[in-house]
Design a protein around this ligand. Structure first.
Ligand code: FE2
Length: 220
């Protein structure tokens, strides 16, 4: 007996969708990158709040500080991607650093004069190194706005024999993006797209968390 619970076209979409996901997982980054036009990730100011003192823990999980029981406030967000060169080749051995304000809008920096209390459970800064496939990942919180800025995560990428790239990652769909001076300074829509990441449910990674992919393309 035929199952009429889902139209045939619907089934086909589901099947194609799962194949698309499967191929995304199977194809190496280089092949995926070559299937689209790569845009060099635009440089953006590191801003004034690169930590003046590193936290006790500088790993790639900013939600948990070693030795602390509480977890950071905010929506847990997995940010992952590949560091690539302009030909789409992975860049291994690149140090990727991120820093961002906590859920109260406070940075891990003595010059941050915000009046709200700092979330001492938030690491505020983390670093990792890309593997042979150029991949990196962080577990952090969804960035929040603070006065004058749309939500963003600062990145610095130090790859062997290349200049340091400082940039910022933005969240797709954030209404404040269009009013943010640094975001607006990216006049080329392709450059904006290169630093704008869609965050979706981190299904299969962590319940209740978000996830997004931010590939970083180095010049040359
Ligand atoms: Fe900032």
């Amino acid at each position: 007996m035929q199952d009429h619970s889902m139209p045939v076209s619907g089934r086909r979409e589901v099947l194609l969708g799962s194949l698309a996901i499967a191929s995304t997982l199977i194809l190496p980054a280089t092949v995926r990158a070559q299937s689209r036009t790569l845009v060099v990730t635009p440089a953006q100011t590191p801003g004034p709040f690169y930590p003046d003192q590193f936290p006790s823990d500088v790993d790639n999980d900013l939600v948990l500080l070693r030795g602390a029981e509480a977890r950071a406030e905010g929506t847990i967000t997995h940010v992952m991607g590949h560091v690539l060169d302009l030909r789409g080749q992975p860049v291994p051995g690149a140090q990727v650093e991120i820093w961002q304000c906590d859920a109260h809008g406070r940075y891990l920096h003595r010059a941050d004069r915000g009046t709200r209390p700092r979330d001492t459970a938030f690491q505020g800064y983390g670093r990792t190194t890309t593997g042979g496939d150029g991949a990196y990942r962080f577990r952090t919180i969804r960035p929040v706005a603070y006065p004058g800025r749309t939500p963003h995560i600062h990145f610095a990428v130090r790859a062997p024999d290349r200049p340091v790239l400082a940039t910022q990652m933005y969240v797709a769909g954030e209404p404040l993006n269009e009013r943010d001076g640094l975001y607006a300074s990216l006049r080329d829509p392709r450059q904006r797209a290169a630093v704008t990441v869609r965050l979706t449910e981190a299904s299969g990674i962590e319940n209740g968390a978000l996830a997004g992919t931010f590939d970083i393309v180095l010049a040359g």
